[in-house]
Ligand binder design. Structure first.
Ligand SMILES: NC(=O)c1ccc[n+]([C@@H]2O[C@H](COP(=O)([O-])OP(=O)(O)OC[C@H]3O[C@@H](n4cnc5c(N)ncnc54)[C@H](OP(=O)(O)O)[C@@H]3O)[C@@H](O)[C@H]2O)c1
Length: 258
């Protein structure tokens, strides 16, 4: 039964693998036996994270870093080639790149809107399409997008029209791609977190905002990035073979009441 969740012999690409959530998910996948390719713009940072993960006592597989801008078509295509050459194939794609740009809507600069949608939506589209080509050839693969509770409903904090809109796009891209590629043996699902207390969030959230965010969660706290690992491993493994097109909300109960 435990084997159902093992990922031995699989190759996982974690886009945004140097980020707060991506790093935790990469560690979780590597501990389950997958070779892991971390991909994002800042290669130096990724190399540091790769070293750190490789040194983990439960990681016996390869963890490597690759430079890639997920909004740039040529960069994504080049990274696919480089990763396949170095790692052999791609079985699992985790799209954990993204950002939030909060602006009052009446003054939302179009340039910020475009940056937000480029990083959160265009990048997911390009990575699904390009890494997906490797999966289409093999007729198997697992794609896991990072959406959000904010992709399904509003959040009680102004300035988030762009972010919520972009995550709604990620959720519905996930559903429609699942529909389109089910016949090719590719499962496409998303994780929908609420507030994940990444190192960046720890620095950025003023105590009163954190208290307000905490109060929204019936479980009574926000989450640590590691609390997404179980869902990610499940969605990457044979345990979820009959599941596709779903957004799994790992949100401390945030979405169960409003
Ligand atoms: N933290 C939360 O509370 C929370 C809640 C719900 C959903 N999410 C979602 O979860 C995902 C990860 O969030 P996080 O908290 O881990 O954020 P994070 O710590 O800021 O990490 C995001 C990563 O994305 C990479 N990235 C951004 N733009 C990119 C691009 N154009 N090409 C390649 N990589 C790019 C960045 O790496 P480089 O700078 O090296 O490119 C960065 O390491 C995001 O989609 C976010 O919206 C987060």
């Amino acid at each position: 039964m435990a084997d159902l969740f093992r990922l031995d012999g699989k190759v996982a690409v974690v886009v945004g693998g140097g980020g707060g959530i991506g790093k935790a998910l990469a560690l979780g996948l590597a501990r389950q036996g997958a070779d892991v390719a971390l991909a994002s713009r800042n290669l130096q940072k990724l190399e540091g994270v790769a070293k750190e993960l490789q040194a983990d006592s439960e990681v016996a597989t390869k963890v490597r870093a690759f430079q890639m801008d997920s909004t740039d078509e040529a960069s994504v295509a080049a990274a696919v080639k480089e990763i396949v050459a170095a790692m052999g194939t791609v079985d699992i794609l985790v799209n954990s790149q993204g950002q939030n740009i909060k602006r009052p809507f009446e003054n939302f600069p179009l340039a910020d809107w475009e940056t937000l949608f480029d990083n959160n939506v265009r990048g997911v589209m390009l990575c699904c399409r390009e890494f997906g080509k490797v999966m289409l050839e093999k007729k198997s693969g697992k794609i896991i997008n990072l959406s959000s509770v904010a992709g399904d409903r509003g959040v009680p904090l102004a300035g988030n029209v762009g972010y919520c809109g972009s995550k709604a796009a990620v959720s519905n891209i996930t559903r429609m791609l699942a529909y389109e590629w089910a016949k090719h043996g590719i499962n496409v699902n998303a994780i929908g977190p609420s507030v994940i207390f990444t190192p960046m969030m720890k620095n950025a959230l003023p105590p009163e905002i954190l208290a307000g965010a905490t109060a929204l969660h019936p479980i009574g706290r926000v989450a640590e990035p590691e609390e997404l690992i179980g869902t990610c491993v499940y969605l990457a493994s044979a345990a979820s073979d009959y599941m596709t097109g779903q957004i799994v909300y790992v949100d401390g109960g945030r979405s169960c009441y409003a």
